[in-house]
Design a protein around this ligand. Structure first.
Ligand code: CA
Length: 353
């Protein structure tokens, strides 16, 4: 990964002082080196060093002339967990490692310390992340109604080069039929993620959508970072927790997007191409066929491998198929159920099925 790649975590905030996140937290250098109570970079937000807290909790009080305040500390735990999957510090001999060992995590808070948020605060969050040049945003939330205002903000984000990665949701339903937002916005910079378990089965709670859910990623039994203060209050001081949900799947994809941007700068500013790359390099799985657009589960190694040539769509009518017999032999008679895998290579073939 790279500290040059900025990922906005639009969520309940981030524990930016967490020992396993601290050195990967985005900082607004003008504010960090500036004066307290002054909008040093003139972006309209005062003292926004790590991001901003847009959560108004339905109140109307003003801080520095803004609803919310400059401190995006996570008082709930969700956003810190998401942040760790994207970019917990790697190779530091503690806790977990994110998809990116190095990255810049921008804390954009609009969900309150009870985990709820208003669409108006979501709108302001997306606008802030766009203004401050986040290249990827993670949106592990949903349930709102369709909003033309938010759709407009997402279009603007796309024009500025941001890939917006959304959790599909945990209702066990098909969002092509029962749309849930922001997951169901049909924009080419919005990428929606379903959850699988460690055996590549679709998680029982995961929403699907052959048209509106693009990819699956691990979202069952995911260990990641948790706010230090909350962990102490709960009496289990180890600041890591295991959660399940499409909220945990989306940051695997957002993290992969950031890693792909670090590996190949030609994707910078091209969120639609980045989305296509992540889908084309997925491992296609029979149980995801017809449930997500790509029919596949994220494969980060393929996504960042410049020599990897994605297999074309097997339903492509221009493909000409030939059949060949292949002989498989197990090395010994299996006395219990075992799985074997054989690589099949055919020089010149565009696809093998
Ligand atoms: Ca500022």
């Amino acid at each position: 990964g790279s500290r040059k790649i900025v990922v906005a975590v639009i969520d309940t905030g981030i524990d930016y002082s967490h020992p396993d996140l601290r050195s990967n937290i985005w900082t607004n250098t003008a504010e960090l080196n500036g004066a307290s109570g002054v909008d040093d970079d003139g972006n309209g937000f005062t003292d926004d060093i790590y991001g901003y807290d847009f959560s108004s909790d339905g109140r109307t009080e003003l801080h520095y002339g803004q609803l919310g305040d400059a401190d995006p500390m996570d008082g709930y735990g969700h956003g810190t967990h998401v942040a760790g999957t994207i970019g917990a510090v790697g190779n530091n001999a503690q806790g977990v490692a994110g998809i990116n060992w190095q990255v810049s995590l921008m804390a954009v808070k609009f969900l309150s310390d009870a985990g709820f948020g208003a669409a108006s605060d979501e709108y302001r969050s997306i606008r802030y992340a766009t203004k401050m040049k986040a290249m990827v945003a993670n949106a592990s939330y949903g349930g709102g109604a369709r909003s033309q205002l938010i759709e407009h903000a997402l279009r603007e984000a796309g024009a500025a080069g941001m890939l917006f990665v959304a959790a599909a949701g945990n209702d066990g339903s098909d969002i092509d039929q029962f749309p849930s937002y922001p997951a169901a916005y049909a924009l080419d910079n919005v990428m929606t993620v379903a959850a699988t378990d460690s055996r590549d089965r679709l998680a029982w709670f995961s929403n699907i959508g052959a048209k509106s859910v693009h990819l699956a990623a691990p979202g069952f039994g995911i260990i990641s970072t948790y706010p230090v203060k909350l962990a102490k209050e709960e009496g289990n001081i180890d600041p890591y927790r295991t959660f399940s949900g499409t909220s945990m799947a989306a940051p695997h994809v957002a993290g992969a997007a950031a890693l792909a941007l670090a590996a190949d700068s030609s994707f910078i500013g091209k969120p639609a191409a980045l989305r296509t790359r992540l889908m084309a390099t997925a491992d296609r799985l029979p149980n995801l066929n017809g449930r997500v657009v790509s029919g596949g589960r994220l494969n980060v190694a393929n996504a960042v491998d410049p020599t990897y040539v994605a297999q074309p769509d097997l339903n492509d009518p221009t493909l000409v198929w030939t059949e060949e017999a292949v002989d498989f032999r197990t090395p010994r008679f299996p006395t219990e159920r075992v799985d074997y895998a054989w690589p099949i290579r055919k020089p010149g073939a565009r696809a093998i099925r």
